[in-house]
Design a protein around this ligand. Sequence first.
Ligand SMILES: NC(=O)c1ccc[n+]([C@@H]2O[C@H](COP(=O)([O-])OP(=O)(O)OC[C@H]3O[C@@H](n4cnc5c(N)ncnc54)[C@H](OP(=O)(O)O)[C@@H]3O)[C@@H](O)[C@H]2O)c1
Length: 381
Amino acid sequence: MNVAILGFGTVGVGVYDILSPRSDINVKYVLDIVKHEGLTAVSTTDFNDIVNDESVDTVVEVIGGLHPAYEFISSALKSGKNVITANKMLVSSYYEELTALANANGVALRYTAAVGGGIPWLVNLERAARCAKICEVSGIMNGTSNYILDAMHTDKADFSECLKTAQDLGYAERDPSADIDGIDTLCKVVLSANIAFSTVINKDDVDVAGIRYIKDCDIAACEGMNRVCKLLGVAYDRKDYVSIFVEPTFVSEKALEASIHTNLNLITFEAEHVGRESFYGFGAGRYPTAYTVVEDCIDVAGGVKKAYNNVMNSSVIKNSDTVHKYYVRTDYNNDWFASISKENYANGFITEEVSVKDMHSFCNEALAAGKECFIAGIREL
Ligand SMILES: NC(=O)c1ccc[n+]([C@@H]2O[C@H](COP(=O)([O-])OP(=O)(O)OC[C@H]3O[C@@H](n4cnc5c(N)ncnc54)[C@H](OP(=O)(O)O)[C@@H]3O)[C@@H](O)[C@H]2O)c1
């Protein structure tokens, strides 16, 4: 199988390194912004070289971002080439279109590395969904935010200090918004739910709260409850609708999630027959991520010629019936918040069970008004 790697950065170099010694998969092209010397592949800056070469079976997209990755992937699929990508932002944004394009052209669209990096999560989720109804996918899907929260618990350091260390170690981007605002987790939980529930979820319908506004007093409050704070992506298939959200969560210190340290990930599904199965490992990093991309290449070389989903039912997204208690620290109030029953706790409140929808609406309203607001679900997992 002849492969072209698009993007020669962190993951692209890893894919090249792992594939180069193999005799079954040949890296024919490497496309990047600039040409590279000394490669065994043809170095190009022009995607037309690749798409017009009929001997290229498979395109590996590891550029990232929406454009030109979208144009490259669409064009490759239309030309009958398999596509393997690690791009969670792109696939979760153009899910229905790209899946339909792959299926119409009888080629593969695989993106296992897009969720969980080095963890073989999506591929096992797909296998599970073949013979068991999956009712939940959830977990710690973003290594950067887990690193920051873990450091806040362990070192008793404040958020900005832990974020800076994460940046210095290369775990967080210079612009960390996607990680700390929950956007990266959003893309991953949407892709997981799409595969688990055979559906297509619009990211705009998902309630998302990140960890940008967490303070050390929130971690102290969490520890006072014998809990650990984790950023979770959560999706439930409730038969008539899907409930899906991203939020900081105070989990019991006995929960599996509580023992996930540094930048590691833990992702779980719950399915009939098998119960809960959790997958643990490196959610990012050059070689863990490249390893998963190469596993996709081997699957495609072995005959996998389809997108993850064949069936894409539309789902009603509803978070108004999913209820639990929340820890809330805010200087904002409105009629709804005044009306719910809550007790003072540390620098904030612990509410009665309220819906995810209502609590996220309140938090968004507070932040839009320029007020402080940090929320965390209090849940048994
Ligand atoms: N890094 C991880 O651990 C990890 C884990 C899971 C998933 N992913 C996903 O994998 C993808 C790649 O991530 P990465 O960390 O490898 O990114 P990266 O280090 O920034 O590499 C991207 C490469 O693509 C090049 N590039 C940018 N625009 C291009 C264009 N128009 N044409 C050709 N090449 C272009 C970049 O060149 P310049 O550097 O000159 O801009 C760079 O060499 C992303 O979708 C990311 O979400 C990454």
